[in-house]
Write a protein that binds this ligand. Structure first.
Ligand SMILES: [Zn+2]
Length: 288
């Protein structure tokens, strides 16, 4: 049975901490390097429901995409929301490790997993990492569809293939526009519009898109936009990462049990569709 330090070393080889953004907080949050690991759970968010799931499962290690403390803290008292998570994890011998922006830009990374979930063929990174001579690492991915779809068909496909959330997939664009090339970026993609425009793709699928950037992007180019729940765009990475750790475990004879959390941690819980107005010509992709 491997020690936590050995499993963490394997994870660090997949997602080196030095490739995380300066502002990020990746790496091991809690855990004893000498502890033995037999069961690992992957999840997007280190929230209480996921910590409870890890404890129920008997996991020794929880690996999440989002940091628990992004900006540091002066207390882990159990009277605080995050301190409660720290207490429950430590009391139950569950280590917590974070791979965030270092997993976003990895090859394969978060957006490769998103592209895979949507059956898209990855062509290249949307914003290549200049330190990667092979041109495979970077933020987002530019992808091709195997067969062109209309925007409404592609949106319905995305809503089917991504894990279900209250939001579903919001769409901006002509529902009949043909979609052959798509930029995808797991998580908040607001900052990537310049790169998306430069790539000249038919559509951009990401999360957390806001009024002004979408409005401006739509005015400048015939670019279709698809906005899914942040959690839903990053969850496919958990399956990819679990498969990567499974393969490492087989290679080392570790016999790890690797799980992917099914807990929906998208904070939005319901969606009330508006009654149709003269301008809303379509309800494509909208959940009931
Ligand atoms: Zn995220």
């Amino acid at each position: 049975m491997p020690r936590l330090s050995e499993v963490i070393a394997a994870l660090d080889a997949l997602w080196p901490a030095e490739r995380a953004e300066q502002w990020d907080a990746v790496g091991t949050v809690c855990g004893d390097p000498a502890a033995e690991v037999s069961r690992v759970l992957f999840a997007v968010d280190p929230v209480q429901d996921v910590a409870d799931e890890a404890v129920r499962l008997g996991a020794d290690l929880l690996v999440t995409h989002h940091p628990l403390y992004l900006r540091g803290t002066t207390t882990v008292a159990a009277s605080t929301v995050k301190g409660r998570v720290v207490h429950d994890l430590i009391k139950n011998d569950v280590a917590l490790h974070v791979a965030h922006t270092n997993a976003d830009t990895a090859d394969p990374g978060v957006s490769d997993a998103l592209a895979g979930a949507l059956d898209l063929r990855v062509v290249r990174p949307l914003v290549p990492d200049p330190t990667d001579e092979h041109g495979r690492r970077g933020l987002g991915r530019i992808c091709e569809l195997e067969h062109p779809l209309t925007l409404s068909e592609f949106a319905a496909h995305a809503a089917r293939r991504l894990p279900a959330t209250a939001q579903g997939v919001r769409v901006a664009g002509d529902p009949d526009a043909p979609i052959r090339t798509v930029a995808v970026s797991g998580g908040s993609g607001d900052s990537l519009f310049d790169a998306v425009r430069a790539a000249g793709v038919d559509a951009f699928l990401t999360a957390d898109l806001r009024h002004h950037p979408v409005s401006e992007a739509r005015a400048e180019a015939p670019l279709a936009l698809l906005d899914a729940a942040h959690w839903a765009t990053e969850w496919p990475w958990c399956e990819l990462a679990a498969a990567q750790l499974d393969e490492i475990s087989d290679r080392h004879g570790w016999n790890l049990r690797v799980h992917v959390s099914k807990t929906v941690t998208d904070p939005w819980t319901a969606h009330a569709a508006s009654s149709p107005s003269p301008r809303s010509s379509s309800t494509l992709g909208a959940p009931n």
